[in-house]
Unconditional design. Structure first.
Length: 248
């Protein structure tokens, strides 16, 4: 099944962009995924192809119009009714690796790219649209964020990465950041590869990597560490309750 990506953007020339290169580009050539762009200006009804207007109540910038947004979303849904529609906005729910896995397992995704001051709020009341944020940053438009989300999905499609384990043994997959990696030369500028990684003892290597992942997560992402600890405690409590339950 081909993963179909539909991008609703005022700048269609930005796609597939970097996704036409490397593994994603090869997957595109093979037909593992497809990329279609739709320009909201094509749904404007005036001769100037207007898609934005001044904000109600005053203020700086321009706002993408609800009637234009509704028309372009409806068009995309007619073409791909089962694909979720994501709107890229700084106020959206931060995207997670778990959500990326859900998207990659589906038929595809439609991504609405914001510009100017954002979207007329009524579009979220009138259409089933998921507001998504890439990070706690503000971009000039949603296109770079859309490229990042598509890249994250495409690399998880079957056959895109050389080794299936490449998509599971990495940051966020188990609630932790990934452990450090090393390769030859064994000694570089006086720094050596940790002895345990040269031991050949797979159990010790696995334990070392887990400990390193936990230490790095505690230091760099205490928010992730607290969630990981909470999930681990909850899992352990559930297991203890299950052990105490009498047989039916």
């Amino acid at each position: 099944m081909t993963f179909a990506a539909t991008i609703l953007t005022l700048y269609p020339e930005m796609f597939p962009g970097p996704l036409g290169q490397s593994l994603a580009g090869k997957a595109l050539e093979r037909g593992d995924w497809s990329c279609e762009t739709v320009n909201p200006r094509d749904f404007a009804t005036d001769r100037h192809r207007t898609v934005d207007d001044t904000p109600a109540g005053g203020g700086a910038g321009m706002v993408l119009k609800a009637d234009i947004l509704g028309a372009v979303i409806d068009h995309a849904r007619e073409r791909q009714p089962d694909a979720p529609v994501l709107a890229m906005t700084p106020r959206g729910t931060p995207i997670t690796q778990a959500r990326i896995r859900e998207l990659a397992a589906g038929p595809g995704v439609t991504i609405l790219c914001g510009r100017f001051e954002g979207f007329d709020e009524r579009i979220f009341d009138a259409r089933d649209v998921e507001e998504v944020s890439l990070a706690d940053i503000v971009l000039s438009g949603g296109e770079p964020a859309a490229l990042a989300i598509l890249d994250a999905c495409i690399r998880l499609l079957p056959g895109v990465m050389g080794a299936a384990s490449s998509g599971t043994e990495e940051s966020f997959e188990n609630g932790l950041l990934e452990y450090p990696h090393y390769t030859r030369p064994q000694i570089w500028e006086g720094r050596t590869i940790p002895e345990v990684l040269r031991s050949g003892d797979h159990a010790k290597i696995a334990a070392w990597r887990e400990a390193q992942a936990e230490a790095i997560t505690r230091l760099r992402r205490p928010d992730l560490w607290e969630r990981h600890r909470g999930a681990r405690v909850q899992s352990a409590s559930g297991a203890r309750r299950k052990d105490k339950e009498p047989d039916q």
